[in-house]
Design a binder for this molecule. Sequence first.
Ligand SMILES: NC(=O)c1ccc[n+]([C@@H]2O[C@H](COP(=O)([O-])OP(=O)(O)OC[C@H]3O[C@@H](n4cnc5c(N)ncnc54)[C@H](O)[C@@H]3O)[C@@H](O)[C@H]2O)c1
Length: 317
Amino acid sequence: MSKVLIAGGAGFIGSNLAKKLLAEGHEVIVADNLTTSSGDNIEEFKDNSSFTFINHDVTSTIPSEITADAVFHMASPASPNHHSKISYHALAYETMMVNTIGTMELAKFAHHNNAKFLFASTSEIYGDPLEHPQKEEYRGNVSTTGPRAVYDEAKRFGETITSYYWREKGLDARIARIFNTYGPNMHKDDLRMIARFIMQAVENQPITIFGDGQQTRSLCFIDDLVEGLTRLMFYDNTKAEIVNLGNPEEHTVNEYAQIVKRLTGSSSEIVHSEELPQDDPLRRSPDITKAKKLLSWQPNVGLEEGLLKMIEYIKNI
Ligand SMILES: NC(=O)c1ccc[n+]([C@@H]2O[C@H](COP(=O)([O-])OP(=O)(O)OC[C@H]3O[C@@H](n4cnc5c(N)ncnc54)[C@H](O)[C@@H]3O)[C@@H](O)[C@H]2O)c1
């Protein structure tokens, strides 16, 4: 069993990852400064003797008394929604810092500890892609100065730092390019598409779609994602690999709105209320051939099964 540091482990993905690793018998240390989380997600671990929480900004050096065998860098604001107070627009400076300086600090810590390292990158490094679906070799179509650049470009540089560490320092590192993921423990202020649709639907408020709703999204349920992340970290053949993790099943935003409305039994009307935000991708879907081959991984949770769990979670917050 390993001693695992999860930077950003109080957040949505990190806390689900912590839960899985603790259940498998690992020791887990969460380093998080609660920028985009409240601590509620890790409340259930507080009496577990294999769990430690440190309130720490990972853009500063990890305290010297901490050691680890594996480091997941999951710390970053992640919501693109302009109306969210925890979005990477609202937290632009923090987003740039945590994905660049934070990545430097955590890679340095992993190197010092001779630990494995995983950087949580994103499908957003492909920008508004000109190729579908996106393979890992695709270099993207990204604006360096547009409104999403604080996130996209910081993640791209985070990948550069990670690859520098495996190439020049021999760090046992890898990069996960995570595509849209949803599930329990998402912050109620996150307001990413599916959470917003469900919140609107359960309150019978209008379900609001940006643009004409013909843009597509592919959504991965959290349990599938954390399985992929742990395989990518711990499988033998993964050093210096870059792997897409996401669900390739693609639907239009209009279809998601209709499915949510049906599953919640809502009387909400579906409205197209705003223009599509600048640089919002029209299509994005992962090619997961590499994950299938390298990790024997593919998503198993069906869309309706995952959405029903998410609806249950949202009704309870
Ligand atoms: N959720 C998705 O669909 C998705 C998609 C692609 C990539 N990702 C990436 O996965 C990672 C986790 O995303 P999430 O959805 O769980 O987001 P989240 O906002 O729920 O969790 C991020 C966590 O990082 C913490 N954090 C932020 N800055 C920090 C800092 N400087 N020091 C310490 N902790 C800090 C936050 O407090 C929060 O607990 C992020 O790197 C994100 O970019 C997520």
